[in-house]
Design a protein around this ligand. Structure first.
Ligand code: GLY
Ligand code: MN
Ligand code: MN
Length: 461
């Protein structure tokens, strides 16, 4: 263990829980900032920038979505903002650059916090207009030994940060400390985001509840002859009516063989009697998203072949869920779904056995070609390392949230797809919270047992 690791471990040990810090500060985001500053150490700095606004067409932008890291640490949702954390600074450990108030713009785009109200409304110890970033940043970085900043995501911000970093060094001329490295904030911040606090678990519970209800509505409204986009609209209608500003990712509504296109978002086809429809959709509520996939028969009844594949995917998913508990290595989840699916496909005569050989030669990947899940939170593919200490996996801990989403797909252009299964695509995805003694399925509100699905599909069509 080197010196930096020791220091980080000591800082971690000194850390009280997020809730005790919150008691001290009275504010969730202030507690997160305090904890992050402890983790990076008293001589570092950390900078997080707002997402750039993105053009959609001509002079019209996409709806603005805050940067997840910046929002987690501030709750601030405006574009054109930069947060600089200076741990241990006696006067201003939290510096915020933001837009100035300006009625000309506020009439068109809504209110701005502005520099004068940044302390009261965002908790900043010091605030500057964003237009002063290039002038102030080199001065603020003086005396710091390194800077935590994610390079390569925002070229405009990269240029400002690199210029300030270089200027701080030039000014110090080796006589005073200046940042000598730009470090990824990933280890310090994203490990914090990986373990969800009680407030975050409540937010995810709500996003998952709304997501599940949207799927149930979709199942009830399904009937042959409707289009994929109509079904999408029924589901997203529920999301939006219950507070989602947007789905957490583009909804996938794939009928028939469209289900075999993993990121199918065209959603223009018509649902036909006898097909399965695969829906992968999640509501983003208060910036936390659900992520659910269900696959159901358009007419309300699975065919024999559809049911065989559905049952196998469901068994793989349920078996993976059954092993979740703190301490389990993350890689065991995928290992479980791969084993169940591979053996099932061998038993059905679709793959050649034995299972160990099919797994070693990866023949199962013709039909199950993606991973079994991902962390879930403010980002649908949330942050946090999947492996620690150069090993392949990491032990699960209470407060982690992730998806379990095995699937089997018989793409029409995959030569190994047996004729009787061609065009069948099934995925089942739930969102799982690791608890102290096992796990909780946050998306249990949407049925997945085939009989339950058959009982509700089309009941409101
Ligand atoms: N909906 C994206 C995913 O399941 O990963
Ligand atoms: Mn997912
Ligand atoms: Mn999904």
């Amino acid at each position: 263990m080197d010196q930096a690791e020791t220091a980080e471990q000591e800082a971690d040990e000194a850390i009280v829980t997020e809730s005790s810090l919150r008691e001290a500060t009275g504010d969730v985001c202030a507690a997160r900032r305090a904890r992050l500053m402890q983790r990076i150490g008293a001589t570092s700095a950390a900078l997080f920038a707002a997402n750039p606004e993105r053009n959609r067409s001509n002079d019209t932008d996409f709806a603005y979505r805050p940067n997840s890291d910046l929002w987690y640490l501030t709750g601030f949702e405006e574009p054109q903002a930069v947060m600089l954390l200076l741990p241990g600074h006696e006067e201003h450990p939290f510096v915020l650059f933001l837009r100035e108030r300006d009625m000309k713009f506020e009439i068109w785009d809504g209110p701005r916090v502005g520099v004068e109200r940044a302390r009261e409304m965002v908790g900043a110890d010091k605030a500057f207009p964003i237009t002063e970033l290039d002038e102030q940043l080199p001065k603020l970085l003086a005396g710091r030994t390194d800077l935590h900043y994610a390079l390569g995501l925002n070229p405009g911000m990269d240029a400002s940060v690199i210029a300030a970093y270089r200027k701080a060094q030039r000014t110090a001329r080796g006589r005073a400390p200046a940042p000598m490295a730009i470090k990824e904030p990933r280890d310090a911040l994203h490990e914090m985001r990986l373990i969800k606090s009680p407030e975050e678990i409540e937010a995810l519970r709500e996003a998952c509840r709304v997501s599940a209800e949207g799927h149930v509505r979709g199942m009830r409204m399904t009937k042959p002859g409707m289009t994929e986009f109509e079904l999408q609209a029924e589901i997203e209608y529920h999301f939006q009516r219950h507070g989602a500003r947007s789905p957490g990712y583009p909804s996938i509504v794939g009928t028939g063989a469209n289900a075999c296109v993993l990121h199918y978002i065209d959603n223009r086809d018509t649902l036909e009697d006898g097909q399965l429809v695969l829906v992968d959709a999640g509501a983003e509520v208060d910036w936390y998203t659900g992520d659910i996939t269900r696959t159901w028969p358009v007419s309300g009844t699975f065919s024999g072949h559809q049911r065989m594949i559905y049952d196998l995917v469901l068994r793989a998913q349920m078996e993976a869920i059954s092993i979740i508990r703190p301490g389990l290595d993350y890689t065991e989840i995928h290992k479980t779904t791969v084993e169940v699916i591979t053996q099932g496909l061998i038993d059905m005569g679709i793959l050649e056995g034995p299972m160990e050989k099919a797994i070693e030669e990866k023949t199962f990947k013709k039909f199950f070609m993606h991973g079994t899940g991902h962390w879930l939170g403010i980002d649908v593919h949330d942050v946090g390392a999947y492996a620690l200490d150069g090993k392949k996996g990491r032990p699960l801990e209470a407060g982690m949230v992730f998806t379990i989403e095995p699937g089997i797909y018989f793409h029409p252009e995959e030569e190994a797809s047996p004729a009787e299964y061609v065009g069948i695509g099934v995925r089942i995805e739930d969102d799982i919270l690791v608890t102290e003694d096992g796990c909780e399925v946050l998306t249990a509100g949407v049925p997945k047992e085939p009989e339950e699905i058959e009982a509700i599909v089309g009941t409101d069509a």
